[in-house]
Design a protein around this ligand. Structure first.
Ligand code: CTP
Ligand code: MG
Ligand code: K
Length: 185
């Protein structure tokens, strides 16, 4: 009984992580690729502040999506080769939606962050990490609703909410230490 419960909880956390790998990798992958032309081409909105700011670049966007999808392809390869049938079975559609949605959510976040007067890289606690969760899951729901219904239970969703701050904190500290991120958050 206790063993089964522990295994079920573990499986929930592993499934949540497995689902989110393309999104987490895309988000982190944008950092080393970042630089060059900003997505908003340096333009200001009517309030005189940038639409998105210099932290959102085409290279980061495209590069991040590509590594996210690449990791997703690796997951599909591993799951099919080794018959990891108990894990959520990713498809080309789910990994692409998750990777793309993560970075679209991040840009929507930056749009509102600029409107609220916060500068590039300035801390904006909850929004700075759940932007990628909201973006990736919304796009996933749009592109693969039956898949979401099959794999994302309320418990998996809660596990995603728990994983996110842990991984976000860890990844940002690593990025800061190896010098590809300006601030440790
Ligand atoms: N990055 C990028 N393009 C993106 C997303 C991120 O080039 N679409 C790069 C930028 O170099 C950015 C870094 O990854 O500075 C960290 O990403 P993030 O924390 O999302 O951006 P911030 O610099 O904090 O900008 P903002 O305040 O707009 O969130
Ligand atoms: Mg930031
Ligand atoms: K972010």
């Amino acid at each position: 009984m206790i063993v089964e419960t522990v295994l079920a909880i573990l499986a929930t956390f592993v499934s949540a992580f497995w689902i989110m790998v393309p999104a987490y990798v895309a988000n982190a992958g944008a950092v080393p690729f970042g630089g060059g032309t900003p997505v908003d081409f340096g333009k200001n909105a009517k309030d005189g502040r940038r639409y998105l700011g210099d932290g959102k670049t085409w290279r980061g966007l495209i590069g991040g999506i590509c590594v996210g999808v690449l990791f997703g392809l690796l997951q599909i390869f591993l799951a099919t080769t080794f018959h990891w049938d108990w894990l959520p079975q990713h498809t080309i559609v789910t990994i692409t939606a998750l990777a793309t949605g993560a970075l679209l959510g991040d840009m929507v976040k930056s749009y509102f962050k600029r409107r609220s007067g916060k500068g590039r890289g300035e801390k904006w606690p909850i929004a700075d990490m759940y932007d990628l969760v909201a973006g990736s899951l919304v796009l996933l729901a749009i592109c693969a609703w039956p898949w979401v219904m099959e794999y994302i239970t309320i418990w998996v969703f809660i596990a995603i909410l728990i994983w996110t701050p842990l991984l976000h904190r860890g990844a940002n500290i690593i990025g800061y230490l190896i010098g590809i991120k300006q601030v440790p958050w």
